[in-house]
Design a protein around this ligand. Structure first.
Ligand code: UD1
Ligand code: UDP
Length: 389
């Protein structure tokens, strides 16, 4: 039996972990046993518990309850907590997702005590090291033994950093295995998109029509923590609702709600809350979110995951960031980088509203990344297993 410890902490990791847990449950239950650690990075019920319930993920075996703190303090506490569990459980692998502080803590904790790191969503780069996520993903990739890469761009990024996708087993952190496997978030979309409609009433609750609204999410620190950038983005949203005949639905990350409440100019707060075409709502569940994505006319976001989901549902995308890791979407012309520039956001939205149809070639895999990852982990059981810890 292969024993893995999975670390989750932030909302998107819980969602990604659902796909692997489901694959284990359905196809590898007699070969893989999974222990889930929740760092507690996200802790509000609508940022964490809702996903365990809705996506059928086993409850975390261990919750470190770290919560919010500065980068250093949060990561240090996670590192300490994860190391303790690893020393106790002695897994064959630690499985990490994405690029959050929980990912980084898991990578440092495991690699220092020679537990092979499996990084899912490896190889992504924004080439902007002012993003905490860029630091986290580079560090995690370079401590990993098995790197599962969603796109060909990710493979190229790794090759530029000295990785090779042609290495042969046995793999170690000095001789890692790099695998192009498609995007694990697609596994969930393929699995849940058909049933989401019958399980949620979000469209009716908000009285939304198909293609009658723009879906927006904003949470990146460089947007929330810069009053000028946030002002530009929110002002663009207000313009769209006031002038382009579309409703705006904004499920707000708690980070953004706090800043809007405390830092946004009073004028803009009134414009935002006084417009009946703008739905400022708390974070929604995953099934609600994919119903909103499926029915939106367009998506405006700075989220990594939501960008890909827009592509999956064949929706035009406006990215409120200076760059993206998901460059395929921009290259295909179905997304535009508008940064936090009000005029550019409005211009991009207007451009897409006048465009009839677009092609969305497959770039994110076939929806079976999780099975591939499980099979590969089983084939490559590390030679260092049962190391004296
Ligand atoms: C984190 C990740 C980011 C990811 C995002 C997904 C890092 C460095 N960042 O950003 O890559 O895109 O999660 O959503 O790991 N808060 C609450 N309740 C919660 C969680 C957070 O109120 O349940 C508030 C707190 O004020 C907290 C702030 O949000 O200080 C930021 O939370 P944090 O987890 O540090 O970063 P995110 O912005 O969520
Ligand atoms: N999501 C959700 N409810 C929301 C907003 C987002 O379920 O109110 C989902 C979304 O569908 C995607 C994931 O959360 O699967 C993206 O997470 P987030 O935007 O927080 O982080 P990122 O992907 O940028 O790291």
């Amino acid at each position: 039996m292969l024993k893995i410890v999975t670390v989750v902490g932030a909302r998107p990791q819980i969602i990604k972990a659902a796909a692997l847990s489901r694959a284990i449950r359905n196809s590898f239950a007699d070969q893989i046993t999974e222990i889930i650690i929740h760092t507690g990075q996200h802790y509000d019920a609508n940022m964490s518990q809702v996903f365990f319930e809705e996506l059928g993920i086993p409850n975390p075996h261990i919750n470190l309850n770290i919560g919010s703190a500065s980068h250093g303090e949060q990561t240090a506490q996670m590192l300490k907590g994860i190391e303790k569990v690893l020393l106790d459980k002695k897994p064959d692998y630690i499985v990490l997702y994405g690029d959050t502080n929980s990912t980084l803590a898991g990578a440092i904790a495991a690699s220092k005590i020679h537990i092979p790191v499996v990084h899912i969503e490896a190889g992504l780069r924004s080439f902007n090291k002012s993003m905490p996520e860029e630091i986290n993903r580079i560090m995690c990739d370079h401590a990993s033994t098995l790197l599962f890469v969603p796109t060909q761009t990710g493979i190229k990024n790794l090759e530029k950093e000295g990785f090779s996708s042609g290495t042969k087993a046995p793999y170690t952190s000095d001789h890692p295995g790099v695998f192009h496997c498609g995007d694990i978030m697609f596994d969930n979309l393929v699995y849940f998109s058909e049933i989401a409609g019958s399980k949620t009433g979000i469209m009716q609750k908000l009285a939304l029509d198909e293609n009658g609204f723009v879906l927006c999410t904003i949470h990146r620190d460089n947007n929330t923590d810069s009053p000028e950038r946030l002002q530009e983005i929110i002002s663009a949203m207000c313009y769209i609702a006031e002038n382009l005949g579309l409703k705006i639905v904004i499920p707000l990350h708690p980070r953004t709600s706090k800043i809007i409440e405390n830092k946004l100019s009073k004028d803009l707060q009134i414009r935002l809350s006084g417009n009946k075409n703008i739905h400022l709502i708390p974070p929604v569940s995953y099934l609600e979110m994919i119903m909103l994505e499926k029915n939106a006319r367009l998506i405006l976001t700075d989220s990594g995951g939501v960008q890909k989901e827009a592509y999956f549902f064949k929706k035009p995308l406006v990215v409120a960031r200076p760059e993206t890791e998901w460059v395929e979407i921009i290259e295909n012309g179905t997304g535009i980088i508008a940064d936090a520039d009000e005029a550019k956001i409005i211009e991009s939205v207007s451009y897409f509203l006048e465009k009839d149809s677009m092609d969305f070639p497959d770039v994110f895999g076939d929806g079976h990344a999780a099975e591939f990852i499980c099979r590969t982990m089983l084939e490559q059981i590390p030679s260092s297993r049962f190391l004296n810890l």
